[in-house]
Design a protein around this ligand. Structure first.
Ligand code: PLP
Length: 335
């Protein structure tokens, strides 16, 4: 199969599996796992933060961050299409009694800071207390630039808000910008980084922030059931991803660019956006989307969506796979 649904569909490689099998492990709830401890230090240092914490998923990492930043009855400002608002089952509200204030997301994936300002609640008992701003980089593959990140952080500080970044794909952003991850997250208070997406590990996200913030997050992680025991096998997979799968993100971006160019040459397709490893296209109507999806599936290609379709490149998609997909799209629209 050529699976373009998401970069979460990657298979752990033989090299990764072998590193997992030989990882030294201990009970991480007791803080005894040497592989986890080393990885947490490595990622904290990559992010330029005091500490880092391994969690099973990006959803739990974001949840724990929100719980550590906000108290019951407080509020976080967040893009209304961001994962931390739309796709995490309302966890912050359910587990933390934290109110989200969604903000429309601009076409470049950022939040308009004037609009954000207008949603900050005054200090008045009628309102929840606004505590936190949450950004997402990349959002639908779109990169928030260094200037925007710096402005947003300055804005947050000026208004007494903490700043959390859902950096599930921040390595893709860093690749696109040609900078270290540290540069992108320099001004944020906390960042959640996923390793089970373009970086190809089977499981795992790291939440990075100051020592006291991570200490609070660790308590919430335990409460959420995310305290794992011999988690070094997962740390080893992430270590392997950092050693072998960061530089190659450039190929994913090149394959996405090639797909986007080819989509532009097909009259029936409108290219909505294409940055980093994600291409979004629009088809004439839902029926065409569904039929095209079936046509591709019958020929070994999986895609997500109907009228609006998402194509995501990752380490299991080669240049040859990209050409196969393009040929199939052309074939479908030629008939
Ligand atoms: C931007 C973003 N943040 C967070 C997550 C959550 O990650 P997980 O699936 O590991 O819970 C995802 C998952 O796709 C995501 O795309």
């Amino acid at each position: 199969m050529i699976d373009l649904r998401s970069d979460t569909t990657t298979q752990p490689s033989a090299g990764m599996r072998s590193q997992m099998a030989s990882a030294p492990v201990g009970d991480d709830v007791f803080g005894d796992d040497p592989s986890v401890n080393a990885l947490q230090q490595r990622v904290a240092s990559l992010a330029g933060k005091g500490s880092a914490l391994l969690l099973p998923s990006g959803t739990q990492s974001n949840l724990v961050a929100l719980l550590a930043h906000c108290q019951r009855g407080e509020e976080y400002l967040v893009g209304q299409d961001y994962h931390t608002y739309l796709y995490e089952a309302g966890g912050a509200a359910v587990f933390g009694s934290i109110q989200p204030q969604p903000i429309p997301v601009s076409t470049d994936g950022s939040l308009n800071l004037e609009l954000v300002r207008s949603r900050i609640k005054p200090d008045d008992p009628h309102f929840a207390m606004t505590r936190l701003l949450v950004l997402e980089n990349t959002h639908n593959g779109k990169v928030l630039g260094l200037d925007y990140m710096a402005h947003a952080a300055e804005f947050a500080r000026r208004h007494g808000l903490a700043l959390h970044l859902d950096g599930a794909r921040v390595f893709n952003a860093a690749t696109e910008l040609g900078v270290d991850v540290k540069e992108i997250v320099r001004h944020v208070d906390s960042v959640s980084i996923c390793f089970s997406k373009g970086l190809g590990a089977p499981i795992g996200s790291l939440l990075c922030g100051s020592g006291p913030f991570i200490a609070a997050a660790k308590r919430w992680r335990k409460m959420a059931g995310g305290g794992l025991r011999q988690a070094g096998v997962l740390a080893a997979a992430i270590d392997y991803a950092l050693d072998h799968h960061v530089d190659r993100l450039r190929s994913d971006h090149a394959h996405a660019k090639r797909l986007a160019q080819a989509m532009c040459e097909i009259d029936a397709i409108t290219l909505i956006s294409s940055q980093t490893n994600m291409v979004f296209i629009e088809l004439p109507d839902e029926d065409v989307g569904v039929q095209l999806g079936q046509f591709l599936a019958e020929r070994g290609v999986k895609v997500l969506g109907g009228k609006r379709m998402r194509l995501v490149t990752h380490l299991d998609i080669s240049a040859a796979d990209t050409e196969t997909v393009i040929t199939l799209f052309r074939e479908y629209f030629a008939s």
